[in-house]
Design a protein. Structure first.
Ligand SMILES: *Cc1c(COP(=O)(O)O)cnc(C)c1O
Length: 348
C-alpha cells in the first residue's frame, strides 16, 4: 500500500539499497567464537566513534540496556531513572527479573533530568535498612517525553555528580545520534564520562536489526557472557553488522532532515482546532500532540485516512519522522491530521 504514510516510529525504516548490497556481500563467521570479521569491525568502529574502549553488538536496545543494568548492579540495589523512561515503561520489568533491582523514578522536565532532580532520590549513605542506589540511568533523547534533548552541560553535570558519589552512570542513547545532531556536537563529546552507552542502529539510522553497547574493555568482556545468558549469542551476524556499519558511518549525517520534517509537521499542526502542540517543544524527530478526543480513536481515524501514528497517552498522539517519509509526505500527513482533527472536532 504505497499511499500509507507510516509515522508510528523510526523503527519502521527499511535497510537502504547500500545496506542490502553490503549485507549480501558480508564476510561472516561464527560470532559466538568471536570469528565474524564484520561484527568485529562494527564493534571496533562503535568503540572508536564513542571514544570508549570496547563495544558489543546486541540484537535489541532492550537487551543492551538490560546487560548494562546487570553489569553495574547487584540484587537489592536501586536504579534511579526518569519517570517515563524506556527502562521503566517498555522493558517488561526486567530490571527486577534479570538483575534483582528496583527502579526509583524521578520526573524530569519534559523528560530531562538535572543533578538537582536526581540528588534527593539517591540513597548512598550505607544506612543498613535502606536499599542503596547502585546506578544512575539517563535517556537522551527521551522517547516518551517527545524526543527531548538533554544538553551537553547537563550531561557533564550528571556524570560529575554520579562519579562524585561513587555511582556508575548509564546512558540509554537509543537515539543519541539525534541528540548529537540537534546539539551540533558529536556522540563522543556528548557521552564522555558515561560508564556505558547503549544506542540503536535500527531506528533512524535504518539498519534492519541491532544495537550497540559501548564501555570499558572489562565491562564489555562481561557483557559477552550476559548477552549469551539472555540468548543473544548470534552466529553469522555479520550480515546484520554489515548494515550496522553503514548505519553508524553514513546515516547520522542525514538525521537533520528528520528533525526538519518534524518541525514542518509541528508547525503545520499548531493552531489546528482540537489539537495542541508547541513547535518550540519539538527538538528532534518525535512529534507529540494533544487531542481533545480519545487518542486511540483518533489514531484509528488517521489510519483510515492513510496515516499511521501511535497513541502514547489517553489524549496524546505520537508521530516520528524518518528516512522513509520525505518532506512532501510529511506535508501530506499534516493535511490528513488536520482533516481528521476537524472531523472529530465537529463530531464531538
Ligand atoms: C527503542 C528504544 C530502546 C530499545 O528498543 P528495542 O526495540 O529493544 O531495540 C531503548 N530505549 C529507548 C529510549 C528506545 O526508544
Amino acid at each position: 500500500m504505497p499511499d500509507i504514510i507510516d509515522l508510528r516510529s523510526d523503527t519502521v525504516t527499511k535497510p537502504t539499497p547500500a545496506m542490502r548490497a553490503a549485507m549480501a556481500n558480508a564476510e561472516v563467521g561464527d560470532d559466538v567464537y568471536a570469528e565474524d570479521p564484520t561484527v568485529n569491525r562494527l564493534e571496533a568502529r562503535a568503540a572508536e566513534v564513542f571514544g570508549k574502549e570496547a563495544a558489543i553488538f546486541v540484537p535489541t536496545g532492550s537487551m543492551g540496556n538490560q546487560i548494562a543494568l546487570r553489569l553495574h548492579t547487584q540484587p537489592g540495589k536501586e536504579v534511579v531513572c526518569e519517570a517515563r523512561s524506556h527502562v521503566m515503561d517498555w522493558e517488561m520489568g526486567m530490571a527486577a527479573v534479570f538483575s534483582g533491582c528496583q527502579l526509583r523514578t524521578v520526573p524530569g522536565q519534559r523528560g530531562v533530568l538535572r543533578w538537582q532532580d536526581i540528588e534527593p532520590a539517591l540513597s548512598t549513605t550505607g544506612l543498613y535498612y535502606r536499599a542503596q542506589t547502585g546506578l544512575l540511568w539517563i535517556e537522551n533523547t527521551h522517547n516518551m517525553a517527545g524526543g527531548t534533548v538533554t544538553p551537553l552541560p547537563v550531561m557533564q553535570e550528571l556524570v560529575a555528580g554520579a562519579h562524585e558519589r561513587g555511582l556508575p552512570i548509564h546512558l540509554d542513547g537509543a537515539r543519541v545520534f539525534n541528540a548529537a545532531a540537534a546539539l551540533g556536537t558529536d556522540v563522543a563529546t556528548l557521552t564522555r564520562g558515561f560508564d556505558t552507552v547503549n544506542f540503536c542502529l535500527s531506528k533512524g539510522l535504518c539498519a534492519p536489526v541491532g544495537s550497540m553497547l559501548v564501555g570499558t574493555a572489562a565491562d564489555i568482556a562481561r557483557a559477552r557472557s550476559l548477552r549469551k545468558a539472555l540468548g543473544g549469542g548470534m552466529r553469522q551476524a555479520g550480515v546484520l553488522a554489515a548494515a550496522g556499519l553503514i548505519a553508524l558511518d553514513e546515516m547520522p549525517a542525514r538525521l537533520h532532515e528528520d528533525h526538519a520534517n518534524a518541525q514542518l509537521l509541528a508547525k503545520r499542526l499548531s493552531g489546528t482546532d482540537g489539537l495542541s502542540i508547541d513547535p518550540a517543544e519539538v527538538e528532534t524527530n518525535i512529534v507529540i500532540f494533544g487531542t481533545e478526543v480519545d487518542a486511540a480513536g483518533f489514531v484509528t481515524m488517521l489510519k483510515q485516512a492513510g496515516v499511521l501514528a501511535g497513541a502514547v497517552g489517553p489524549k496524546s498522539v505520537r508521530l516520528v519522522t524518518h528516512r522513509d517519509v520525505d518532506a512532501a509526505a510529511c506535508a501530506r500527513a499534516a493535511e490528513i491530521v488536520q482533516r481528521v482533527s476537524l472531523h472529530s472536532f465537529l463530531q464531538a
